[in-house]
Design a protein around this ligand. Structure first.
Ligand SMILES: C[S@@+](CC[C@H](N)C(=O)[O-])C[C@H]1O[C@@H](n2cnc3c(N)ncnc32)[C@H](O)[C@@H]1O
Length: 215
């Protein structure tokens, strides 16, 4: 049983207030998620389905939504909340390691119009490799969103964030290297036509990166 299996029943009780405490990033996230309407969306590290619910709250109903998560407990809760939402979206949550899933989609030629991921990267040995590989899965004109804790946040919060992530077996993420990974991936996909936006809150500790590929 993973830590997240154990945490799954009470996870949302902490996740929702955390979003209220970091309004700048979450308002920007809401705005970005509105473009998920009628698109094929892949959510890496989908947890209890936080981003899926956030899409619906923003009146953005994807055409299909596939969430990938390694924890059976988190997946179960995501599936339950998606059923309760009764959306017209074809939604599925799969229990799988994200690196394996991205490998499989790439091999099979599966492509998505949006790849989104919230609070996953800190758990990976090579977060930038996953970011680059995720961009490979985007259709022309596609978008990627990555929300994560930064290594270079405000000095006061840095040890607290580090300690919190350590308890989860995770570590903060190098922002510049992640922007580079998005840029390298995007340059391969769209012959140089793309934009990357960065938004921060919680004393610069929480970061949202948004990549938009041009057609
Ligand atoms: C902090 S939670 C974030 C959940 C959700 N995205 C959110 O924002 O509330 C991190 C999630 O990533 C999942 N996870 C961590 N490492 C993973 C991996 N290698 N493959 C798949 N899922 C992973 C965990 O099971 C957990 O559900």
């Amino acid at each position: 049983m993973s830590l997240y299996d154990w945490w799954a029943p009470t996870y949302d009780a902490l996740r929702t207030p955390f979003a209220w405490l970091t309004p700048r990033v979450h308002l920007t996230l809401d705005k970005a998620l509105r473009s998920a309407a009628d698109r094929r969306v892949l959510d890496l590290g989908s947890g209890t389905g936080f981003l899926f619910r956030r899409c619906l709250e923003n009146q953005a109903v994807p055409s299909t939504y596939l969430g990938i998560d390694a924890s059976a407990g988190m997946r179960r809760r995501a599936t339950r909340s998606a059923v309760a939402a009764k959306s017209r979206c074809a939604v599925a949550f799969e229990r799988c390691d994200v690196v394996e899933a991205v490998d499989r989609f790439d091999r099979q030629g599966d492509r998505f119009e949006m790849v989104i991921s919230s609070l996953l990267l800190a758990h990976l040995d090579d977060p930038q490799e996953l970011v680059r590989r995720s961009v490979d899965l985007l259709e022309p004109g596609g978008e990627a969103l990555f929300l994560f804790f930064a290594e270079d946040g405000h000095g006061l919060l840095r040890p607290i964030v580090r300690c919190f992530l350590w308890l989860l077996g995770a570590r903060p993420v190098d922002v510049a290297a992640t922007v580079d990974a998005l840029t390298v991936g995007a340059a391969r996909r769209s012959s140089g036509q793309f934009e990357v936006h960065e938004t921060r809150s919680l004393l610069d500790t929480l970061v949202l990166l948004r990549l938009q590929l041009q057609r």
